[in-house]
Design a protein. Sequence first.
Length: 127
Amino acid sequence: MSSDKRLASLEQTFKALADQTRLRIVGLLRSGEICVCDIHGSLGLPQPAISRHLAYLRKSGLVKGRKDGLWVHYRLATLPDPVMQALLDAATHAIGHLDAGTRDQKRLATRIDLTPSDPRPRAGCCC
């Protein structure tokens, strides 16, 4: 990738992470793949707003979506550029140390029955 393309990609990554809601979404996704309805329920924000932010993150290449019948599940992307991956990893790590990130994770755990020893969402229908 050329230097100019890498710079543009870096700019897009910073723009995608320059929003509190998108940061909170990224923080939730560090647990693994999550249904949109669980993201919406954990953050307490309207579903259309969550979908817009997820679309922005998807367009930026930071998350991947997967349809499962009526449900759409998202997960953090594995980025091909190690610098971009390091930025995403640093952001998810930092969110884990914030009160908001901890609260969001607790709400998510309540919604999807996570246990501290098993940080993966349960299988099957989410709603």
